[in-house]
Design a protein around this ligand. Structure first.
Ligand code: HEM
Ligand SMILES: *[C@@H]1O[C@H](CO)[C@@H](O)[C@H](O)[C@H]1NC(C)=O
Length: 338
């Protein structure tokens, strides 16, 4: 009782309005001080180790943030993305959106190992992903927020779910809106969370289709896009160099800032899915939001935080559901003996 009373409770319900009366919301509760008694140093341990990983390789911040997104969009934020193929489990890592692309698993292994040493079988892999994403954003100059904790880890992965629910970079705006809606996220969340593409990189293969199409839809945009397009074509030829990487934000790829939105307005959004926010928005609401984020970084940060908290509570397993994995790559009943 005492714990509950003194806890700053997040009623996920407060953040999840409208469409959230559906099956994506399971009524679970997350708590800011969930590990206060059981693992008081948990957040500190995560933070220090994300710092080390990002110092070693700045891009890692982006890769770790993306993992949380790819986790939450497949059966909820339950660390399903971290499971390796083993026994009945077909890993999500081999699904299209993750294959040759999702990275940072070793960093998570390392952090989990340290946490297991400090507080065995206490901190879930799903919570680790949520904390890491928060720290990664802050370490690149982005906003900080309190992360509600208490997620449990899944007992399974969904290879098909990863293919189905993680949106593709050549999606139309309507498809993007629908795939966010399927997770209980709205258009505002889509625009704010796409701002994650202010850091990190993309492979040529993820935007080649876009840079070699005839750009009919992007007609008004073509003039502004032309020089940028030429540069992208020279870097990413029609074939070859599939895995060569280009920064998602050409102006300040190392910083978490609002330049992503300025890029969009200048025709320098890299992915098709970035660009359609501008070119396919027939009603003008999205373009308006892009303008307001482009001109007010604080507003972007505020909206981003709100949407990240919302994304981080999608379909979370709590209480007796799921388990706390000892090794994020395997469910406890199937951990291979060393
Ligand atoms: C709106 C739908 C989205 C689509 C279609 C999309 C697609 C992509 C693609 C294709 C890449 C490049 C992957 C590669 O070529 O290896 C990428 C990178 C990235 N995405 Fe997204 N994304 C979306 C939304 C998000 C969201 C919501 C987040 C985070 C909350 C996010 C975070 C990132 C980050 C940080 C990177 C860089 C990763 C790295 O450098 O390792 N994306 N995204
Ligand atoms: C997107 O790309 C994939 C793979 O290259 C292709 O199969 C699919 O038809 C494309 N979808 C759209 C909407 O262009």
């Amino acid at each position: 009782m005492e714990v509950i009373k003194s806890s700053l409770m997040i009623l996920a319900l407060l953040f999840l309005h409208g469409a959230m009366a559906d099956s994506n919301y399971n009524g679970g509760l997350l708590y800011f001080d969930y590990y206060k008694e059981s693992c008081p140093l948990a957040e500190e341990i995560v933070r220090r180790n994300v710092e080390v990983a990002v110092l070693k390789e700045p891009r890692m911040a982006a890769s770790l943030l993306r993992l949380h997104f790819h986790d939450c969009f497949v059966m909820g934020c339950d660390a399903s993305v971290l499971l390796d193929s083993y026994g009945d489990i077909q890993s999500e890592k081999q699904a299209g959106p993750n294959l040759n692309s999702a990275r940072g698993f070793e960093v998570i292994d390392e952090i989990k190992a340290i946490l297991e040493h400090a507080c065995p079988c206490t901190v879930s892999c799903a919570d680790i992903l949520a904390l890491i994403a928060r720290d990664a954003v802050e370490l690149r100059g982005g906003p900080r927020w309190e992360v509600g904790l208490g997620r449990k880890d899944s007992l399974k992965a969904s290879f098909n779910g990863a293919n189905q629910f993680i949106p593709a970079p050549n999606s139309s705006l309507d498809t993007l809106i629908a795939s966010f809606q399927a997770q209980g996220l709205d258009i505002w969340d889509l625009v704010a969370l796409s701002g994650s593409h202010t850091i990190g990189k993309s492979r040529c293969t993820s935007f080649r289709q876009r840079i070699y199409n005839n750009m009919e839809e992007e007609y008004d945009y073509y003039k502004r896009y032309k020089i940028f397009n030429g540069m992208l074509r020279s870097f990413c030829p029609r074939s070859r160099r599939d895995d060569a990487v280009v920064p998602l934000d050409f102006i300040t790829s190392a910083r978490f800032d609002n330049k992503y939105y300025i890029n969009l307005l200048q025709g320098k959004g890299l992915l098709g899915s970035d660009n359609v926010l501008i070119t396919q928005d027939h009603e003008g609401h999205i373009v308006k939001q892009v303008w307001s984020f482009a001109s007010d970084q604080r507003l972007f940060f505020k909206s981003f935080v709100k949407s990240m908290i919302k994304m981080g509570s999608i379909n979370v397993l709590t209480g007796e559901q799921g388990e706390i994995r000892r090794n994020c790559r395997f469910v406890n009943s199937a951990t291979p003996s060393k």
